[in-house]
Design a protein around this ligand. Sequence first.
Ligand code: S3P
Length: 185
Amino acid sequence: MAKNIVLIGFMGTGKTSLGKLLARKLDYQFLDTDQLIEAESGLKIREIFQRYGEAHFRQLEADLARKLGNTTAKVISTGGGFPLKPENIQQLRSNGFIVLLQATPKVIYHRVSGDESRPLLKNPDPLGTIGRLLAERQRFYEKADFVLNTDEGDLDQLCETLLAEWMKRGYGNGTTALKFGRSQS
Ligand code: S3P
Protein backbone atom coordinates (compact mmCIF):
# COMPACT_ATOMS: atom_id res chain seq x y z
CA MET A 1 0.00 0.00 0.00
CA ALA A 2 1.48 3.36 -1.02
CA LYS A 3 2.32 5.17 2.19
CA ASN A 4 1.27 8.79 2.63
CA ILE A 5 3.68 11.56 3.54
CA VAL A 6 2.23 13.73 6.29
CA LEU A 7 3.81 17.14 6.89
CA ILE A 8 3.35 18.65 10.32
CA GLY A 9 4.85 21.78 11.86
CA PHE A 10 4.28 25.42 12.69
CA MET A 11 2.80 27.97 10.30
CA GLY A 12 5.38 29.20 7.81
CA THR A 13 7.66 26.17 7.95
CA GLY A 14 7.01 25.34 4.30
CA LYS A 15 4.44 22.52 4.53
CA THR A 16 2.37 23.67 1.57
CA SER A 17 5.25 24.55 -0.78
CA LEU A 18 7.22 21.41 -0.01
CA GLY A 19 4.10 19.25 0.03
CA LYS A 20 3.06 20.33 -3.46
CA LEU A 21 6.53 19.62 -4.83
CA LEU A 22 6.68 16.20 -3.17
CA ALA A 23 3.27 15.30 -4.54
CA ARG A 24 4.33 16.29 -8.03
CA LYS A 25 7.53 14.24 -7.83
CA LEU A 26 5.82 11.16 -6.45
CA ASP A 27 2.73 11.55 -8.58
CA TYR A 28 0.69 11.51 -5.39
CA GLN A 29 -2.37 13.64 -4.67
CA PHE A 30 -1.71 16.74 -2.55
CA LEU A 31 -4.14 17.43 0.30
CA ASP A 32 -4.15 20.33 2.72
CA THR A 33 -6.22 19.99 5.91
CA ASP A 34 -7.03 23.72 6.06
CA GLN A 35 -8.25 23.69 2.47
CA LEU A 36 -10.36 20.59 3.06
CA ILE A 37 -11.95 22.16 6.14
CA GLU A 38 -12.64 25.37 4.24
CA ALA A 39 -14.20 23.46 1.35
CA GLU A 40 -16.36 21.33 3.65
CA SER A 41 -17.57 24.23 5.83
CA GLY A 42 -17.81 26.86 3.11
CA LEU A 43 -15.93 29.24 5.43
CA LYS A 44 -12.39 30.59 5.59
CA ILE A 45 -10.29 29.43 8.55
CA ARG A 46 -10.33 32.92 10.03
CA GLU A 47 -14.15 32.99 9.79
CA ILE A 48 -14.41 29.64 11.58
CA PHE A 49 -12.24 31.02 14.39
CA GLN A 50 -14.27 34.25 14.55
CA ARG A 51 -17.70 32.64 14.48
CA TYR A 52 -17.20 29.41 16.40
CA GLY A 53 -13.84 29.68 18.19
CA GLU A 54 -10.64 27.66 18.14
CA ALA A 55 -12.06 24.60 19.94
CA HIS A 56 -14.60 24.11 17.17
CA PHE A 57 -11.87 24.33 14.54
CA ARG A 58 -9.82 21.71 16.43
CA GLN A 59 -12.86 19.42 16.38
CA LEU A 60 -13.14 19.82 12.59
CA GLU A 61 -9.46 18.85 12.33
CA ALA A 62 -10.08 15.75 14.45
CA ASP A 63 -13.09 14.73 12.30
CA LEU A 64 -10.94 15.10 9.21
CA ALA A 65 -8.05 13.11 10.70
CA ARG A 66 -10.36 10.12 11.12
CA LYS A 67 -11.26 10.25 7.43
CA LEU A 68 -7.68 10.72 6.21
CA GLY A 69 -6.33 7.73 8.14
CA ASN A 70 -7.65 5.35 5.47
CA THR A 71 -6.17 7.08 2.44
CA THR A 72 -3.15 6.05 0.37
CA ALA A 73 -0.72 7.75 -2.03
CA LYS A 74 -1.28 11.24 -0.64
CA VAL A 75 0.96 14.05 0.51
CA ILE A 76 -0.95 15.64 3.37
CA SER A 77 -0.06 19.11 4.61
CA THR A 78 -1.60 19.76 8.03
CA GLY A 79 -2.46 22.99 9.85
CA GLY A 80 0.09 24.09 12.44
CA GLY A 81 -2.09 23.04 15.38
CA PHE A 82 -3.18 19.69 13.96
CA PRO A 83 -0.85 17.61 16.19
CA LEU A 84 -2.26 19.22 19.37
CA LYS A 85 -4.68 16.32 19.53
CA PRO A 86 -2.30 13.34 19.60
CA GLU A 87 -5.03 11.08 18.23
CA ASN A 88 -4.88 13.05 14.96
CA ILE A 89 -1.29 11.95 14.47
CA GLN A 90 -2.12 8.38 15.48
CA GLN A 91 -4.81 8.27 12.79
CA LEU A 92 -2.47 9.50 10.07
CA ARG A 93 0.41 7.33 11.22
CA SER A 94 -1.57 4.18 10.42
CA ASN A 95 -0.56 4.69 6.78
CA GLY A 96 1.70 7.72 6.89
CA PHE A 97 5.28 8.83 7.33
CA ILE A 98 5.01 11.77 9.74
CA VAL A 99 7.53 14.49 8.95
CA LEU A 100 8.03 17.58 11.12
CA LEU A 101 9.16 20.74 9.32
CA GLN A 102 11.02 23.08 11.65
CA ALA A 103 12.20 26.66 11.37
CA THR A 104 13.36 29.34 13.81
CA PRO A 105 10.86 31.95 15.07
CA LYS A 106 12.55 34.74 13.11
CA VAL A 107 12.38 32.86 9.82
CA ILE A 108 8.76 31.93 10.48
CA TYR A 109 7.92 35.55 11.32
CA HIS A 110 9.57 36.73 8.14
CA ARG A 111 7.60 34.21 6.06
CA VAL A 112 4.17 34.87 7.56
CA SER A 113 4.31 38.61 8.26
CA GLY A 114 1.72 40.44 6.23
CA ASP A 115 -0.43 37.34 5.82
CA GLU A 116 -3.86 38.13 7.22
CA SER A 117 -5.20 34.59 7.01
CA ARG A 118 -3.73 33.26 10.27
CA PRO A 119 -5.94 34.25 13.19
CA LEU A 120 -3.51 33.13 15.90
CA LEU A 121 -0.90 35.63 14.74
CA LYS A 122 -3.25 38.60 14.43
CA ASN A 123 -2.12 40.37 17.57
CA PRO A 124 0.34 43.13 18.53
CA ASP A 125 3.25 40.72 19.17
CA PRO A 126 3.31 38.01 16.48
CA LEU A 127 7.01 37.21 16.97
CA GLY A 128 6.49 36.68 20.72
CA THR A 129 3.40 34.58 19.98
CA ILE A 130 5.37 32.41 17.58
CA GLY A 131 8.05 31.74 20.22
CA ARG A 132 5.48 30.96 22.90
CA LEU A 133 3.36 28.66 20.73
CA LEU A 134 6.44 26.83 19.43
CA ALA A 135 7.56 26.13 23.00
CA GLU A 136 4.07 24.97 24.02
CA ARG A 137 3.75 22.71 20.99
CA GLN A 138 7.20 21.15 21.06
CA ARG A 139 6.04 18.06 22.94
CA PHE A 140 3.37 17.38 20.29
CA TYR A 141 5.59 18.10 17.32
CA GLU A 142 8.33 15.80 18.53
CA LYS A 143 6.11 12.76 17.97
CA ALA A 144 7.13 12.93 14.28
CA ASP A 145 9.05 10.10 12.60
CA PHE A 146 11.53 12.46 10.97
CA VAL A 147 12.51 16.13 11.36
CA LEU A 148 13.55 18.45 8.55
CA ASN A 149 14.82 21.99 9.16
CA THR A 150 13.61 24.39 6.47
CA ASP A 151 15.47 27.55 7.54
CA GLU A 152 17.88 27.08 4.68
CA GLY A 153 18.15 24.98 1.56
CA ASP A 154 15.97 25.38 -1.47
CA LEU A 155 12.80 23.41 -1.96
CA ASP A 156 14.43 20.92 -4.35
CA GLN A 157 17.16 20.08 -1.85
CA LEU A 158 14.66 19.69 0.98
CA CYS A 159 12.53 17.47 -1.21
CA GLU A 160 15.52 15.29 -2.10
CA THR A 161 16.50 14.91 1.57
CA LEU A 162 13.01 13.88 2.54
CA LEU A 163 12.58 11.44 -0.33
CA ALA A 164 15.97 9.86 0.37
CA GLU A 165 14.81 9.17 3.92
CA TRP A 166 11.48 7.89 2.69
CA MET A 167 13.14 5.45 0.28
CA LYS A 168 15.68 4.39 2.92
CA ARG A 169 12.82 3.31 5.11
CA GLY A 170 11.38 1.25 2.26
CA TYR A 171 8.20 3.33 1.88
CA GLY A 172 8.58 3.93 -1.84
CA ASN A 173 7.07 1.43 -4.23
CA GLY A 174 8.77 -0.03 -7.32
CA THR A 175 7.76 2.91 -9.48
CA THR A 176 9.15 5.54 -7.15
CA ALA A 177 12.35 3.53 -6.70
CA LEU A 178 12.79 3.51 -10.46
CA LYS A 179 11.90 7.17 -10.78
CA PHE A 180 14.44 8.26 -8.22
CA GLY A 181 17.08 5.86 -9.44
CA ARG A 182 17.56 4.19 -6.11
CA SER A 183 17.02 0.64 -5.02
CA GLN A 184 14.81 -0.06 -2.05
CA SER A 185 16.91 -1.43 0.73
C1 S3P B 1 -2.93 27.13 12.83
C2 S3P B 1 -2.25 27.05 11.64
C3 S3P B 1 -2.91 27.30 10.35
C4 S3P B 1 -4.42 27.06 10.45
C5 S3P B 1 -5.00 27.82 11.59
C6 S3P B 1 -4.37 27.43 12.93
C7 S3P B 1 -2.17 26.86 14.09
O1 S3P B 1 -2.37 26.45 9.34
O2 S3P B 1 -4.69 25.68 10.61
O3 S3P B 1 -4.82 29.19 11.34
O4 S3P B 1 -2.83 26.59 15.12
O5 S3P B 1 -0.93 26.87 14.07
P1 S3P B 1 -0.91 26.65 8.66
O6 S3P B 1 0.08 25.98 9.55
O7 S3P B 1 -1.05 25.95 7.35
O8 S3P B 1 -0.70 28.11 8.51
